[in-house]
Design a protein around this ligand. Sequence first.
Ligand code: PLP
Length: 394
Amino acid sequence: MTVRRGRHFLQIPGPSNTPDRILRAMDAAVMDHRGPDFADLAHACLDGMKKVFKTEKCEVIIYPASGTGAWEAALANTMSPGDRILMYETGQFATLWKNLALRLGLVPEFIDGDWRHGVDAAAIEKRLNEDTDREIKAVCMVHNETSTGVTSRVKLVREAIDRTGHPALFMVDTISGLASADFRQDEWGVDVAVAGSQKGLMLPPGISFNCVSDKAVEVSKSASLPKSYWAWDEMITMNKTGYFPYTPATNLLYGLKEAVDMLMEEGLDNVFARHQRFAEATRRAVRAWGLEVLCQEPKEYSPVLTAVMMPEGHSADNFRKVTLEAFDMSLGNGLNKVADKVFRIGHLGDFNELMLMGTLSGVEMGLDLAKVPHEKGGVDAAMNYLVNPQARED
Ligand code: PLP
């Protein structure tokens, strides 16, 4: 067995690194989730998450589940068998949500995408305008597509829906967006947002969220897909008293409270700006290496991760394997249509300048070791940008 020293570099686009402060907060005796102290913790988490979602009007629901559970909850609560929903193929996670909808007995219409762009709001608008019988019950999109490093503009899609006057619910997966990229539940009129603990919230995997509007709750009262574990009604009723209908992930909630405190101390706008800065530094490194960023639209560059295309004839998975073995750093793999063609650099969550420079150094050295053709100077380009963000690219 190889002996490793120092921390593993976990540079996949989630789960992200959990800061010591959150680890310490969770390092506590397991509490009685029906006892008097629990309600304070639950209220602090539920109220705190409203600030993170930027909502005063919607309810937050916390599931002891991964993000996929919260995806299912969003649909199971609001839809009836055979309901038609409009989805957009931004990449692998949009595809997985569509597949989940099919398994639930829904009829997703999946607008084709090229995995290099975000949701085309005009295509959503066109399809909704054609739907004169109002058969489409929901528009579902992925905010930050983790498989491609493309962040779709939720506001543009909302505006497109509004122009059509279509009553469909608006559901947004912001599992890898929330707390890294700006997200505004109320302002953008999101009816159901779906989020997870293990990305911008900096927690280990294990809890996930729905943030639901009054309109969505109203629709859920007559929606007939079977739901029990995921049902919003009991959860919302019990949460008001500070308790859950079943056993919550108590120690993760200690961590969640700490995570919200950390985000509020830094200020959400500063958190987003920090992510943008690291993403720009990363892209400058990629270009200096002579490699290409998968995302083709600068307005859609992800602040969370950067997917990098491998030169023709070179294996991204081999490069990642070499980098892991040599430098103990995990990078994200290419999924589905871009398998082995891209690798993904996560720059999210509890992350700072020197962690970024360590990451980019690992990538540059890994490219060398894996004999991937590239130019030198990516690390320099990123450093120059970090010390002088005004500097233009050479
Ligand atoms: N949606 C997005 C955008 C994701 O990035 C992920 C996971 O990475 C998921 C959904 C699925 O979440 P989970 O793996 O926690 O079930």
